[in-house]
Design a protein around this ligand. Sequence first.
Ligand SMILES: O=C(O)CCC(=O)C(=O)O
Ligand SMILES: [Fe+2]
Length: 260
Amino acid sequence: MSHGGMEGNDILGDFKIGSLPTLIYIPDFVTESEQTALLNKIYEAPVSKWKSVKNRRLQNWGGVVHEKGLVSQELPSWLTKITQKVHDDSGMFPLPINHVLVNEYLPDQGIMPHQDGPAYFPVVAILSLGSPVVMDFTPHLSLRFCTSTWTNNVKDRSSNKGALDIERVQWLDNHSPFSVLLMPRSLLIFKDKAYSDYLHGIKDVEVQSYNGVINEVEAVNEQVLDHSLSKDVKSIQRTTNRVSLTCRSVLKVHKNLFKI
Ligand SMILES: O=C(O)CCC(=O)C(=O)O
Ligand SMILES: [Fe+2]
């Protein structure tokens, strides 16, 4: 099914940012009125739908994610409208999007650097609403480079240690931290290495610098429109809440808990 607007776009060609092959940033993915409609639906949900976690509140849609998969619940139609558009326009999801996490951050809240859980297929799309923020990506050394792992697993330590050290240094040379400015109504997608080799997080501060973000050109375009972006010092003042919709595909789906 096609949803207009993005037809004919070569997503990777037109919206890839930074040096990784699978990091996509699409500004203005939804309109102002779509943003308002989504926020209305999110805030119409009963208070019991919100779960408070450290430093933010969240709503879980699509079912409960366990280590062994998803005990699924149908997404409401106001959400499938957006997940279908994300799926079809991006062409980055081999499976339907069946899970959406809505995160709400007050201006001084963020999310610790983390990697998303193993139950998800390694691609994520984040729709940002409300206040702009900067998301930081930090290289995350895989376990095979950790000393304790190779000491335990590798029989011939002397010959393998050197090779592993070289590989480790090469890996670090190829992975640098970077940051992305997430403007309201934008969509960020990361997949494969951008998903597995980096932690992602948002600082819990009201003022953030966007100097050097890999999509800084985006900030320059938006300054005139968005008063939360200061031009001279390249900073964002987070004056309102930010609400994000994290869209993912869980591979294993169970219709009910008893079948797990
Ligand atoms: O709010 C965001 O942009 C990030 C959310 C996130 O990383 C997550 O839900 O795993
Ligand atoms: Fe995440």
